[in-house]
Design a protein around this ligand. Structure first.
Ligand SMILES: [Zn+2]
Length: 103
């Protein structure tokens, strides 16, 4: 399963269309808040959860600068504050969409 298109569909929405016909819109804010990189999400080290806690937001925190494909399994999103280490795998995005449906 992979996206066939990734488009900004309005000021604040990135919409992924998938090869199984699923359409999954995400707000830019959600994509940033759910950045899957270790420094945003914390890491599990020896079963203890390391949590980065509240982070100071730099200017551009929610400015989406670019979305680049990484191999055939993910996209890398770069933000206006220079942050760009989050790899959003297809599984991660699909699970995020399922979470949205359950709200
Ligand atoms: Zn991050």
């Amino acid at each position: 399963m992979r996206p066939t298109s990734i488009k900004q569909t309005d000021n604040n929405t990135i919409t992924f269309t998938w090869d199984d016909g699923m359409v999954t819109p995400f707000t830019i804010q959600q994509l940033r808040d759910e950045c899957p990189c270790a420094s945003c999400k914390g890491e599990t080290v020896l079963l203890y959860q390391y949590s980065p806690g509240a982070r100071r937001q730099l200017p551009g925190h929610y400015d989406l600068k670019s979305i680049e494909p990484v191999g055939s399994y993910a996209v890398q999103i770069t933000w206006g504050d220079g942050h760009g280490t989050g790899l959003y795998s297809w599984d991660y995005l699909r699970n995020l969409h399922i979470k949205n449906q359950q709200k």
